[in-house]
Design a protein around this ligand. Structure first.
Ligand SMILES: Cc1cc2nc3c(=O)[nH]c(=O)nc-3n(C[C@H](O)[C@H](O)[C@H](O)COP(=O)(O)O)c2cc1C
Length: 268
């Protein structure tokens, strides 16, 4: 760890925010890393990012592969803060979209969505989610055909199969894209980490007027359908933990549907 003594105000924020208590005071009260950090640091970057004066850097800190410096961390833009009302309306107005326009999403925008998804929380900051994204409706349909074939072999979801034979896609609803998240099965929490990344992706899409919907049928098929796993290129020892259809919505929602009343039991 490098602490610029000209800039550091010895406020203690870096030590207080370190998830593993890896930062202690040196004799002058400046922050320094405990030796345990070499093994224990999860490279969350909180110490660097919380510092109000940009005094800290983590050069050559395993498992940080690059130096983590204030210059590499995007500055917080305070006046872009959303109000609680705006945030609540945004979150409540996200819908699972099942009717898409016949228009692909530019690759650059897909990359932006994936970039936001990378900021989802993950166990021990493992960020294990890897993505496979179709760039065309044709490729998406090819994946769907594997899913439906798998369903017919296993004699499940007859309605989906029947629809497919009629030219109706109930797996990905004719979305132009599908984004599939996979991760190593032996990670800490691959399912939760991928699901959270997908949730972030869906919200980032919503913010851009892009529709999304979880593709549960595709996820299920990816567990056992070898042809689908091969087409996706899922490596050995990895699981598919999330899949999202993506595309521009055909319809705009005029209202927010109701949800169940909150169930809570307070403990004192
Ligand atoms: C794990 C998971 C799997 C899902 N699978 C499907 C699916 O295969 N097809 C589909 O149309 N919707 C699927 N959904 C979307 C849900 O049906 C949807 O979230 C729910 O009806 C609530 O609607 P809303 O997302 O618009 O609030 C899935 C959602 C989750 C979280």
């Amino acid at each position: 760890m490098f602490a610029d003594k000209e800039k550091c105000k010895r406020c203690g924020a870096c030590a207080a925010e370190c998830p593993y208590d890896l930062i202690v005071d040196d004799p002058e009260g400046f922050p320094k890393l405990r030796p345990a950090a070499k093994k224990t640091c999860i490279a969350c970057g909180h110490c660097v990012a919380v510092c109000p004066t940009g005094a800290l850097a983590l050069p050559d800190m395993p498992p940080v592969t690059d130096a983590l410096s204030p210059e590499q961390c995007r500055a917080m833009i305070r006046d872009q803060h959303v109000t609680p009302e705006q945030a609540d309306q945004f979150l409540r107005s996200r819908r699972s979209i099942r009717t898409y326009r016949d228009k692909t999403i530019p690759e650059q925008i897909l990359l932006e969505l994936l970039g936001v998804a990378a900021f989802a929380p993950s166990a021990k900051n493992g960020q294990p989610a890897r993505w496979i994204v179709t760039r065309s409706a044709e490729t998406t349909q090819e994946l769907v055909s594997h899913v439906v074939h798998y369903m017919s072999i296993n004699n499940v979801f007859p309605g989906v199969i029947k629809n497919w034979k009629k030219g109706v896609d109930k797996v990905c609803h004719n979305a132009p894209h599908v984004a599939v998240a996979y991760a190593a099965e032996d990670g800490f929490n691959p399912a939760e980490d991928c699901a959270l990344a997908a949730a972030y992706l869906e919200l980032a899409a919503h913010a851009r007027g892009i529709g999304a919907c979880w593709a549960g049928f595709l996820m299920e098929a990816a567990e056992g359908c070898q042809a689908l796993r091969e087409r996706l290129g899922i490596p050995e020892g990895h699981g598919v933990y999330a899949a999202l259809m993506l595309g521009y919505p055909k319809f705009r929602y005029a209202r927010i549907p109701r949800r169940r009343d909150v169930t809570v039991r307070w403990l004192d």
